[in-house]
Design a protein around this ligand. Structure first.
Ligand code: 13P
Ligand code: SF4
Length: 299
């Protein structure tokens, strides 16, 4: 199936972008394996007419918003992000009415409609920089309360208004899981994603995005690491640095939605043009600015 996919990809001049949480079989056929920021940047700059986004729906929507002239396909159409579904545009508008002097910084894990009523988007790798960059002293940060709380601790000079959204995969990890990993692997460095709770992040030697965690592990002189994010990062690191030891914070650290895309789905996308992301032109127009500003500001 991999050979069929690679041949069809060439024939149809498609670009396949995969998130780091995708199954290894998908990572192996992708042109680029990326964190959310890199995926958005690559989608914006893509020259191919057909973009296949192996990830969750908001990633494919962001690709369409940033490069609307292209055909964008999401091979597993029911791969959503529960955190993105926790907030509606009305929630943002209510916060805006309550705090009219605040800027709205919206985590990229959100719908196009929520992006459209926000001022600027961010990813986990750019959240701190973007909160620092907006001129307003008060910032409404949506929807991830954990990432928002982490950014608030990095930028104490700003007042951050949080929303009660969270990633079920990261938020499920508890302090006792970090303590258990510490006692099992006392020598290991802890590399943790900021979607985790504050009480888990306090054990981190490094906090960052999926790409940040991978780079930190590769660049570190340490020999053992506990990885506080989705289990696919552990699998990738074991391949990239076989001489080092990588342990998951818990073995249940799995995003079920990221595992929905299989090789057969990618083949179906290439053969049948499924499943196309379509957004209203007005929705694209309103959300585009927030995402463009995010990509332009960098990480
Ligand atoms: P990053 O790849 O930007 O770290 O995001 C992780 C994530 O949870 C995506 O949903
Ligand atoms: Fe959404 Fe969490 Fe899965 Fe990322 S890991 S896609 S935030 S549910």
């Amino acid at each position: 199936m991999k050979e069929q996919i690679l041949a069809l990809k060439k024939e149809k001049k498609a670009l396949i972008l995969a998130h780091y949480y995708q199954p290894m079989e998908i990572q192996e056929i992708a042109d680029h394996v990326c964190d959310s920021f890199e995926m958005a940047r690559r989608a914006r700059d893509a020259e191919e007419e057909l973009l296949i986004i192996c990830g969750v729906k908001f990633m494919a929507e962001s690709a369409k918003i940033l490069n609307p002239g292209k055909t964008v396909l999401l091979p597993a159409p029911d791969a959503g992000c529960p955190m993105a579904d926790m907030i509606e545009p009305e929630d943002v508008l209510a916060l805006r009415a309550k705090y009219p002097d605040a800027a709205v910084v919206c985590y990229v894990n959100s719908s196009a409609a929520v992006k459209a009523v926000s001022d600027i988007c961010c990813t986990s790798s750019s959240a701190e920089k973007i909160v620092r960059t907006v001129p307003e002293k008060r910032v409404i940060f949506v929807p991830d309360r954990n990432l928002g709380a982490y950014v608030a601790s990095c930028v104490p000079e700003k007042e951050i208004i949080l929303f009660e959204g969270f990633c079920p995969t990261h938020d499920r990890i508890q302090e006792k899981d970090a303590i258990a990993a510490k006692s099992a692997y006392p020598e290991a460095k802890f590399l943790i994603h900021p979607e985790c709770r504050t009480e888990v992040l306090q054990y981190a030697d490094y906090i960052g995005s999926t790409a940040g965690i991978i780079n930190a592990a590769l660049e570190s002189g340490a020999e053992a690491f506990v990885i506080g994010t989705e289990i696919a990062i552990v699998e990738r690191l074991k391949v990239l640095a076989p001489e080092k030891k990588f342990y998951p914070m818990t073995t249940s650290f799995i995003c079920p939605n990221m595992k929905k895309c299989r090789l057969s789905d990618v083949l179906n996308s290439l053969e049948n043009g499924e499943f196309e992301i379509t957004l209203e032109p007005e929705e694209i127009r309103l959300a585009q600015d927030t995402l463009q500003r995010m990509v332009e500001l960098g990480t």
